[in-house]
Design a protein around this ligand. Structure first.
Ligand code: NCD
Length: 316
């Protein structure tokens, strides 16, 4: 076991724990995960054997580039091994195997399961059936906790602190799972939240209710009006695949399109984030500005997941 001595002592035991929702984590636990991510920065470069002999299985029932590859990269950089599937084609799911059975099979092949599924509650159910820890890599439109953790890590790294910021979540707040998890997580800090979306894509009611009990929240349709006040401009893609009626999607697609010209009115120190993939909500002219942090954000996903895996395996 490799000892990493970083700042405060661990505030709780993560070994063997499922990571299903950010709501299950306290602020001090989140802070501890962020500290572990920071401790992983040098190891991401030189590699480590911390998880030598451990196997991670990725069960992805929905498309993914970043989440799957960054979990695999994190596991590999820590000396572990990754296996899994990226689509259900070619697996027993095609023969009608249900998630509970797949979980009870794959737990024999791996020491941790990373699950992405189109159904809300799928990760929670997988965790109930699995003997090994389950990490939620996206449960339908519901939650994406590791994305929220890497988003917090990015904010802290770029702005120095999470407390005290104004953050705008922009785009599809109804179907976007990343903004649901991020809003829950931000509500554990002292932030001001501006929710910017078309009327039909307003923040899910249960998220809004819980979050607005804890922090100052404003809902609006106008990015223009609020751009100047924001420290973090968090753009999201309209989640086309989650619309029951494509005519509804057509009405709201392209609602927001951030350009470098528009950003000239934003705070100089403000950062633009996006969980990616982007479609047209951030113009490529933004990429070369000092505001653009969505590609560094991807890199932060690797160290964050290294830290999280280290904790879940009880190796830190
Ligand atoms: C997001 C997702 O899958 O929820 N992507 C990601 O994991 N970085 C966002 C999206 O698909 O728009």
């Amino acid at each position: 076991m490799i000892q990493l001595v970083v700042g405060m002592p661990p505030t709780s035991n993560f070994a063997g724990r499922d990571i299903v929702s950010v709501r299950d984590l306290s602020r001090s636990e989140i802070d501890h995960i962020l500290d572990m991510a920071e401790a992983m920065e040098p190891l991401a470069k030189i590699g480590s054997d911390m998880l030598h002999g451990k196997i991670m299985a990725t069960l992805f029932y929905e498309p993914s580039t970043r989440t799957k590859l960054s979990f695999e990269s994190a596991m590999t950089r820590l000396g572990g091994t990754a296996l899994g599937f990226a689509e259900t084609k070619g697996t027993s799911v095609e023969k009608g195997e249900n998630l509970a059975d797949t979980v009870r099979v794959v737990e024999n092949y791996a020491d941790v399961l990373v699950v992405r599924h189109p159904l809300e509650g799928a990760a929670r159910m997988a965790a109930e059936f699995s003997r090994v820890p389950v990490i939620n890599a996206g449960s339908g439109a519901e939650e994406h906790p590791t994305q929220a953790l890497l988003d917090l890590y990015t904010i802290k790294k770029e702005l120095g602190a999470i407390d005290g910021i104004s953050i705008g979540l922009i785009g599809d707040l109804r179907y976007g799972r990343t903004v649901h998890s991020l809003a829950y997580a931000l509500a554990k800090y002292k932030v001001r939240l501006v929710l910017i979306s078309p009327e039909i894509l307003r923040m899910r009611k249960e998220v809004l209710e819980e979050v607005s009990k804890k922090i100052d929240v404003e809902e609006t349709t106008s990015l223009q009006q609020h751009l100047k006040e924001l420290d973090v401009i968090y753009m999201t893609r309209v989640q086309k695949e989650r619309f029951g009626d494509l005519a509804e999607y057509e009405k709201v697609k392209g609602s927001y399109r951030l350009t470098s010209d528009e950003l000239a009115r934003a705070k100089k120190s403000s950062i633009v984030m996006h969980p990616l993939p982007r479609v047209d909500e951030i113009d490529s002219s933004v990429d070369s500005t000092s505001h653009a942090k969505y590609f560094p954000q991807v890199g932060n996903g690797v160290v964050l997941r290294m830290g999280l895996l280290g904790l879940v395996f009880g190796a830190i």
